[in-house]
Structure formats: structure tokens, C-alpha cells
Design a protein around this ligand. Sequence first.
Ligand SMILES: Nc1ncnc2c1ncn2[C@@H]1O[C@H](COP(=O)(O)OP(=O)(O)O)[C@@H](O)[C@H]1O
Ligand SMILES: [Mg+2]
Length: 363
Amino acid sequence: MHIGIIGAGQLGQMLGYAARELGHSCFYLDPSEHPPAAKVGPVIQARFDDRVALTVLADKCDVLTYEFENVPVEALADIADLKPIYPPPEALRHAQDRLAEKQLFESLNIPLPNYVAVDTPEDLQKAIGSIGLPLVLKTRRLGYDGKGQFVLRSAEQFDAAWQALGGRELIAEQWIPFDYEVSAIGVRNIKGETATYCLTQNEHADGILRTSRAPVEDAALARQADRHMQRLLERLDYVGVLTLELFVANGELLANEFAPRVHNSGHWTIEGATTSQFANHILAITGETPGATATSGYAGMVNLIGEIPEAARQDNEGCLHDYGKAPRQGRKLGHITVVAESSEDRDRQISKLVAYVTKSTAE
Ligand SMILES: Nc1ncnc2c1ncn2[C@@H]1O[C@H](COP(=O)(O)OP(=O)(O)O)[C@@H](O)[C@H]1O
Ligand SMILES: [Mg+2]
């Protein structure tokens, strides 16, 4: 099949590699000059809301998907009659607005932190009263990698928080002193067949994902996560891979957000699972049955942000994925996956790689 992918970043690149292995070809649409996925297939260089370019893409392809969350839903609506778009734009609409997203979790009885919508300074004042401090103020739209967020720890920070984020649609959220963070990755195909990966434990710094480890060996948490995932997939009549980010606090899961796409926290599945998240997304949107999601041993992933240190390049235990992007501070340039026979050995390898990354940043 010809698959049209909106967005040609590293996720598009890895989707493209998986699609190629499954015998498909990919076309992309992306506004940037030399996007990572240009290595895998032709890119129409255009804005994500360029109706003409989107129509050209739809004409060239049998099915459309997206790897980027901020594609305007209205632009997709215009081409929805031309070719199937998976995941359904309705899922994207919820994921683009933190308020709609949280209301969706609530309506599915998926536990989440307390929250209120904030549009005015008075709303924020009320939020402090009802939620308490600390709380985190977030823009409802367009946030990623921790951007568009302000943690309010004391009432003195009120003005600073409002200055940083005020004037946009916001949401105030209870600050969760979580034990750790996890993500659940699930897939559903056109026929409604589903599969889920084991839970992945994620570590963030400055709002950016740094490391992932799988599996999380906690059967009770896995059951909770699977229940939440199945409800989300069903409700959204979902097709493709969906990622749910959660906090673990006192043995319970609290939903943070979901992404209607393959996810950085699932990159370990390329080497660490029978079928990668990328292959499963492609299988799902092309009408095939999802492949086995079993984990082989203990997997981990370390993100390479801002630069790829020479020591990380030379490392012979892990598997380096270099997206081919120009180095820039805070930019995800690649990742290294490790797969080990024990969690201890996996953690040793991750610590070694993290030291390379930290040492290089400190220099
Ligand atoms: N309510 C919260 N309580 C505690 N930590 C939070 C909360 N919200 C966000 N964080 C921290 O900030 C990170 C990024 O926030 P998130 O809501 O996932 O936004 P983004 O869209 O930038 O990924 C989270 O992974 C978590 O580490
Ligand atoms: Mg997040």
C-alpha cells in the first residue's frame, strides 16, 4: 500500500522503516527543509494546514496517518472524505486539548489528578483554593516536552505564573508526588482487534523524557493499565497505536495525558519486543492483525538530546538510532536501546549511557 504520513520527524522516519519492511511505501507532508523521514520516502514540503498539499498527499496514498499531534483537526476534516485517516481525527481532537482529554478520562472512569479550567486570574485564585498547592498550570493546547507549564509551589508565585502563561486557555492540575511515571502502549486495528505492550517506566528531566525501562513487573498495575487502555481504544473507535502516560502513586495509576500515535517511550520495542510499536501501527492502519507484543528480556532506552556524545556512538552494548538531525540544544537527536537478560544488567547499561550523556552536557 501507499501510506501518507503527516509529519516527517523521527517518528515518521521509524514508521517508514517499519512500513518498508512490511512491503509498503510512504509519502510524507512536512514544512521543514530536511526532515528525518526524507531518508525513507518523498516529502511534500508544505504547512500542516495546506489544503492543496494535503489533497495531493491523499490522492497519492491509500491510507493516511499522522506522527505529529498538532496537525489542525479542521484540515484533516477537509480530506477525510478522500481517504481513511487513522487514528480517527476525533482522537486527535481530544489529545490536542488538555481539558477535553481530562473530561474523556473522567467519562471513562479512568482516575486522574484533580483539575480545573483556568481562563482568568480569578479562576487561578479559585483553583488554588480548590486544588491546593503545589499545582501545575498548563496551557490547554500546543504543550510538549514540558513546555507551556508552570509549577506553582507558593502563593507568592501567582504573578510569575500568570505572567508566564496568562492570556491563553489554561488548566490547573493537582501536583502529584508520584512514585514513578509509566506509559501504556496499545494498538487496535480496523476490525477492533487489540494488543497491548507491557508497562514502561519513564524518567523525565526538565519535562523531557530521558530514559525508559520495560517491563514494569507489577501485575496489578498492568491490569489497571490494560483496563484503561481498552476503554480508551473502544470509546475512540481507535485505529493505530495509542500511548497513555500515567503517574504511579500509592499503587494506583493516575492518567496524565495520551498521545494518538507511536511514542518516544515505546522506542525500545524496536529491539525489545516481538513486534515494534511502529510495525504495529502500520499493521493496524493497513487492516492487518496486530503482531505479538511480547518483550524479549529487559529493555531500556536512553534519549540523546542536544548532541550525540562520541562515547555513546562508540558504545558496543546498545543499539544507536541516529535520526540524522542537526544538533540543537534540547532537540531529540537519537536514542540508544539496550536489551539485557536481567533488570540489573539493563540498569547497569542505562546508568553507563546516562553518564555519557550527562558528562558530555557538563563539559
Ligand atoms: N500533575 C503533575 N504532577 C506531577 N508531575 C507532573 C504533573 N504534570 C506534569 N508533570 C511532569 O511533567 C512532565 C511533562 O508533563 P506532561 O503533562 O506530560 O506534558 P507534555 O505534553 O509536555 O509531555 C510529566 O511527564 C511529569 O514528569
Ligand atoms: Mg507528557
